[in-house]
Design a protein around this ligand. Structure first.
Ligand code: C2O
Length: 529
């Protein structure tokens, strides 16, 4: 597999709010690659964002590129990952942004901080799996295990040696920085007999709340406080994660586990040999398709909305959009048999447009005014085929339209976007990720979005601020953001399979009038296609 500096998961980036980062990527692999700094705002540094063929051409074998950006007004946990084909299966790692020196967390200082990054393990080469899937038009082979910090844990055959362990002291508070870097699955996570206090998601503080199980989609990050029990010498508790899944997708229905081990005080270390007999406590996780849990959990996430960390929700809306997210089909090429529904190829779309990547980067085309034939800025503001999105009978027409269509936004426009899950091929949740911005999730619901009844219920006081949100299976979410970052910004489903099928689109944000509202010229070492 492709790794970074020979490490799996890749190296941890630890920085401070306000730091400028220079990260040189030298491609010694046998494939093209790019790296994306997921959730970093990249204000006026769109050239460093990383999605291949969107903000840059890939770094070719033997070439190098320096990602150069500053972390502005963000602190918390994020992740970096490859953004070319399926390479992020093994190319990913944590980004930890500490607050500015002297600025405390809005909660008591933890005794220790522990990054926990979930991944997905394939016994076969993920690049072979995706290229086979795209050729046959079927679903890709599911993964063989989930991992915690690269380790599958004791519930998989022969994997007990490869178990992630945290040694804890009694009566202390730990900050767990949870990151879901899995390719295709949302995960429930819980630690037996312990509650977690959620304090941050997607590098934004939230109003703290206690919960036994958290839900985390690919691309999302969640910081939780773990308070250890006052007295539990030598006890061992299992922590476990397994998927939340809806729809017809095939997925890996297995459980990754790690251990939380209470240390023995030195005066009790004579008990060590007997600790093997201490029972292991196991967590209870929600059912695989517990959509109600998912909805309840996400509705508990609220911005801190304090004087120091205000929720700057746009009040007036300049542009309104209604997008559908869902699966569909493409015709099977002649002389080929396809494994999608009724002999078609699987596809996925936003507003029925399945986005195909161009052969040159959109941002370069935009900057040099050479968008002709590269992209068309007529992405429809509404779905091409309106229908009852949540009916259980599939529509007659499941075909999607292929194209490179983008939406152009004037600088600083405020946008309200409703994302509606479709049931063209069955209802399914989709973790939608927006590059270059955070957005506020002002509303969510099941069934069809109602443009008259739903907006009055929007939360404009303390909605959660995110870069990735789960569009509920058979439901919708409404978000608002301000287009204050000039450039070209990808928005896509963070399930790698769906993104490859075309569930993506791009926003072009034009320059403003002032120099600090403009996209600078590309760096000299920007890779060429
Ligand atoms: Cu984390 Cu476009 O991705």
């Amino acid at each position: 597999m492709v790794t970074v500096n020979g490490q799996f998961p890749g190296p941890r980036i630890v920085a401070r709010e306000g730091d400028r980062l220079l990260i040189e990527v030298i491609n010694n692999a046998n494939t093209n690659i790019t790296i994306h700094w997921h959730g970093i705002r990249q204000l006026q540094t769109g050239w460093a964002d990383g999605p291949s063929y969107v903000t840059q051409c890939p770094i070719q074998v033997g070439q190098r590129y320096v990602y150069n950006y500053t972390i502005v007004n963000q602190r918390g946990t994020l992740l970096w990952h490859a953004h070319f084909s399926w390479l992020r299966a093994s190319v990913y790692g944590p980004i930890i942004i500490l607050p500015k020196r002297g600025i405390p967390y809005p909660f008591a200082k933890p005794h220790k901080e522990i990054p926990i990054i979930f991944g997905e393990w394939f016994n076969a080469d993920p690049e072979t799996i995706i290229s086979q899937a795209l050729q046959t038009g079927g679903g890709p082979k599911v993964s063989d295990a989930y991992t915690i910090n690269g380790l599958p844990g004791p519930l998989y055959n022969c994997s007990a040696k490869d178990t992630f362990k945290i040694k804890v002291e009694a009566g202390k508070t730990y900050l767990l920085r949870l990151i879901n870097a899995a390719l295709n699955d949302d995960l429930f996570f819980s630690i037996a007999n312990h509650t977690l206090i959620v304090v941050e998601t997607d590098a934004v503080y939230v109003k703290p709340f206690e919960i036994e199980t958290i839900l985390i989609t690919p691309g999302q990050t969640t910081n939780v406080l773990l308070k250890t029990k006052p007295h539990f010498p030598g006890a061992t508790f299992l922590m476990a994660a397994r998927p939340y899944a809806t729809g017809l997708g095939t997925f890996d229905n297995s459980t990754v586990a790690g251990l939380l081990e209470y240390e023995l005080p030195t005066n009790m270390s004579h008990l060590k040999s007997s600790t093997q007999k201490v029972p292991v406590f196991k967590p209870a996780l929600p059912a695989l398709n517990d959509t109600l849990f998912a909805a309840k959990y996400s509705s508990r996430l609220r911005s801190l909305a304090s004087a120091q960390y205000p929720a700057n929700v746009p009040r007036r809306v300049d542009k309104r959009f209604f997008f559908t997210t869902g699966l569909g089909t493409n015709p099977c090429p002649k002389n080929q048999t396809c494994q999608g529904p009724n002999g078609t190829k699987f596809a996925a779309s936003i507003n029925n447009i399945s986005f195909s990547l161009p052969s040159t980067a959109l941002l370069q085309s935009h900057f040099y005014g050479q968008s002709n034939g590269v992209y068309i800025s007529d992405f429809p503001a509404k779905p091409i085929i309106p229908f009852n999105y949540t009916s259980t009978t599939p529509t007659n027409n499941t075909m999607v339209v292929n194209g490179n269509k983008v939406v152009t936004l004037p600088f600083n426009a405020t946008v309200e976007l409703v994302l509606q899950d479709t049931s063209i091929l069955g209802a399914e949740s989709h973790p939608l990720h927006l590059h270059g911005f955070n957005f506020f999730v002002v509303g969510q619901g099941f069934g069809n979005y109602d443009p008259v009844m739903d907006p009055p219920k929007f939360n404009l006081q303390d909605p959660v601020e995110k870069n990735t949100v789960g569009v509920p299976s058979g439901g919708w979410i409404a978000m608002r953001f301000q287009a204050d970052n000039p450039g070209v910004w990808l928005m896509h489903c963070h399930y790698e399979a769906h993104m490859n099928w075309g569930l993506r689109m791009a926003w072009v944000v034009l320059d403003g009038k002032l120099p600090n509202q403009q996209l600078p010229a590309p760096p000299g070492d920007l890779p060429k296609c």
